[in-house]
Every structure is written in structure tokens, then in C-alpha cells.
Ligand binder design. Structure first.
Ligand SMILES: *Cc1c(COP(=O)(O)O)cnc(C)c1O
Length: 374
């Protein structure tokens, strides 16, 4: 049996003609840089997200970096982020000469833990970066309250949760990535809205921030060859935009397919005592970028090895807390330790999930997991 973490080939087969036409158009027009598809995708995406500004860029890491550059922070300023996330979230903070304050997460939702967070704040703390990990929105209402109280910018890392809805207590529904001051996302091929190469975008409802972001992503210029600030060169390829235009139309259907696959796993794995199926947040829908189990009794690595022997791929996102990475030693005291993050690093395992549900393959994965625990 051929089991893959993601099945982009079968997905492509269903939209092949539309995708190929879109790519061919770019080539026919030789509109490789900032061609019409970039603006069209930007507008479609603004509409889908119900956000005032989308600024496309070269990848999700650039989006985070540009967001932080737009906040006019000074060297030594501090940004709070979870310690349990992909490296990009914290890496760009350090690259800009800022200090990442890596904090613990909630064990159920993997969401930045606000309880006790005050003790990490200093007069230099300027921003907080919630990560909507695995496809489920963080508790944005609480995070906004916290940020307002402490006068912090909120930059959402929405690379894994495009399409997720967050509902506020008053009933207002917003897409993740459009709630904080700036949202960032990635169109890496395996992300929920992925292109066929690299891509990313920033989202904001703030006109001033939007102009600044646009300027920074374009060498710090508003008028060609007149550079107001130091910027970078970060653009979304026209060909990638043409692909994203097609895939955006299918995004809700893709999220539904991922949810169907997740529900099938849930139903069949929920009674295994030694694993915890993904727990749902109260206010956010899940778009299952990853389907992540927690394995008890120290059996995670054994399970992963067993599955590999059965040709079932799985991934550990993430095996090592950021503050234990060599590159981040400069930001923490010796023996810095966060209990939940460390527990999760030893317990989590992500199973294959994508938009192309296949009953036979899913049954095979489930039966081998059951065999392992029997
Ligand atoms: C993928 C990802 C990024 C970075 O996106 P790239 O496009 O690969 O640069 C940032 N944060 C998180 C949480 C991600 O999953």
C-alpha cells in the first residue's frame, strides 16, 4: 500500500486543466513578475478572508520578518512567541536583532499559554505572536485582551490555519490571520492553501501598516528608485499566484475533506487508552493542517518506528523546544525549561492527512495503530 503524508498529485489531477491553463497564460504573457494573476489572487484572497489588505510575498518566513520590520521596533525589543512552533516564528525575531521570549503552550490546544505570562514581560516587550498550530485558531479574544492591556502588537502566524474561523463571545466571526494587527501565512506546497513552489502573504485591516508592508517588501520604495527605508525583495511569483487563484476556489472544500479524514481517525482511534486524539478549541474551527496525536507512556518513538516498518509515514512536529536549539541558546538562561512544551515534544505524532480521503488507506493506518497498542 502506498501511504503518503500528503497527496498533492491526486488533488492536482482534479484541477489539472484549470491549473495548466493558468500557468500557460503567464508564460504566454511573459508576465513573470507582478503579472495580472498576482493582483487578481490578492483581491480574491481579500474577499475570501474579509480583510482590507492582502500583501503577497515570497514565503511565510518573509511574511513574518516583514511584519516585524513594519512595527518600527528597536534592537533589543522583545517579542513573545510560543516555544512549541516551527523555527521560522522565532528565527526572524532574532535575525532582526530583537529578542524572542519563548513561552509555554496549552497542553490541549497547543496555543500560547497566557496564564502566568506577565512574568516574562519587560518594558521592552513590544509584540506577541500567537501561532494557530496544526490548523486550529488560538484563543484570539484572550490574546487581544492581554495585548491591549500590555500595549503589545499582535502578529498572527497563520501558516497552518488558512480557512479557520474564530468566533468571539459577541458572536462576531473572523478568519484567523485577520484578527491581530498583522497576519502572516505561507503557501508552501503542503500547507492548506499551497502553491507549487514558495509563496506567502501578509494580511491587515490597517491602511498605514499595509502601505508600510508593501513598501518594505519592495526594497523600501513607494516610488521607483526612491528608497525611504531599508526593505527586502519579497514577491509572489505570477505563476504561483495563478495556481493559488484556482486552489483558493477549492479551499473550503479542501478544509471539509481534511475534517472528514480527521473525523474518521477520531472515531476509530478515540478508544485507544494510550493515545489522545486532537482536542478541539471552543471558539475556533479546525482545518487540520496536521492530525496530531499525543502518545502516552513514552511510546511515541516506538509507535513511529512500528508505523515506518509498515510503510506508514508520520512526522513529529516538533521534536525539540526552540529554546533547546543551538541557535537559540543566546536568548535563554542555562536550564531554561517549559514543562508543557517538553512533554509535547516527547508525545506528539502527526499522521497522514490531506484532501484526498481514501477509505482503504485510512483503514490500513488505523488497523496498524490498533495492532501496535494491542
Ligand atoms: C510553514 C510555516 C512557516 C514558514 O513558511 P515558509 O513559507 O516555509 O517560509 C512559519 N510558521 C509556521 C507555523 C509554519 O508552519
Amino acid at each position: 500500500m502506498n501511504v503518503q503524508m500528503v497527496d498533492l498529485k491526486s488533488q492536482y489531477e482534479k484541477i489539472r486543466d484549470e491549473i495548466n491553463t493558468g500557468i500557460q497564460e503567464c508564460i504566454d504573457n511573459t508576465a513573470f513578475i507582478n503579472g495580472p494573476a498576482v493582483k487578481e489572487f490578492q483581491q480574491d484572497f481579500e474577499k475570501y478572508l474579509n480583510v482590507k489588505h492582502v500583501i503577497p510575498c515570497a514565503n511565510g518566513t518573509d511574511a513574518l520578518q516583514i511584519a516585524m520590520m513594519a512595527l518600527d521596533l528597536k534592537p533589543g525589543d522583545e517579542i513573545v512567541c510560543p516555544a512549541f512552533t516551527y523555527v521560522a516564528t522565532a528565527e526572524v525575531i532574532g535575525l532582526l536583532g530583537l529578542k524572542p521570549i519563548m513561552v509555554d503552550v496549552d497542553e490541549q490546544t497547543f496555543d500560547i499559554e497566557l496564564e502566568g505570562l506577565e512574568k516574562y514581560l519587560t518594558p521592552n516587550t513590544k509584540a506577541i505572536v500567537p501561532v494557530h498550530l496544526y490548523g486550529q485558531g488560538a484563543n484570539m479574544e484572550k490574546i487581544l485582551e492581554f495585548a491591549e492591556k500590555h500595549n503589545l502588537f499582535v502578529i498572527e502566524d497563520n501558516a497552518q490555519a488558512i480557512g479557520s474561523d474564530y468566533t468571539f463571545t459577541d458572536g462576531t466571526v473572523k478568519k484567523t490571520g485577520t484578527i491581530g494587527h498583522i497576519g502572516c501565512t505561507s503557501f508552501f506546497p503542503s500547507k492548506n492553501l499551497g502553491c507549487y513552489g514558495d509563496g506567502g502573504a501578509l494580511m491587515t485591516n490597517d491602511d498605514d501598516l499595509a502601505s508600510k508592508i508593501r513598501m518594505i517588501a519592495n526594497h523600501g520604495q513607494e516610488k521607483k528608485y526612491y528608497h525611504k527605508v531599508l526593505g527586502c525583495n519579497s514577491r509572489l511569483d505570477t505563476i504561483q499566484a495563478a495556481i493559488l487563484k484556482v486552489k483558493l476556489k477549492n479551499l473550503d472544500q479542501y478544509s471539509a475533506a481534511r475534517n472528514k479524514m480527521a473525523a474518521y481517525y477520531d472515531e476509530n482511534l478515540k478508544d485507544i487508552a494510550e493515545i489522545q486524539i486532537p482536542e478541539r478549541a471552543k471558539n475556533a474551527t479546525h482545518v487540520f493542517h496536521q492530525y496530531t496525536l499525543k502518545v502516552k507512556n513514552g511510546k511515541r518513538d516506538e509507535l513511529q518506528k512500528y508505523l515506518a516498518e509498515k510503510n506508514i509515514p508520520s512526522m513529529v512536529y516538533y521534536p525539540l523546544p526552540l529554546y533547546k536549539q543551538e541557535a537559540f541558546q543566546q536568548y535563554v538562561e542555562e536550564n531554561y525549561s517549559l514543562p508543557v512544551t517538553e512533554k509535547l515534544c516527547s508525545e506528539v505524532i502527526s499522521l497522514p492527512i490531506h484532501t484526498e480521503f481514501n477509505q482503504e488507506v485510512s483503514d490500513y493506518i488505523i488497523s496498524e495503530i490498533k495492532n501496535f497498542f494491542n
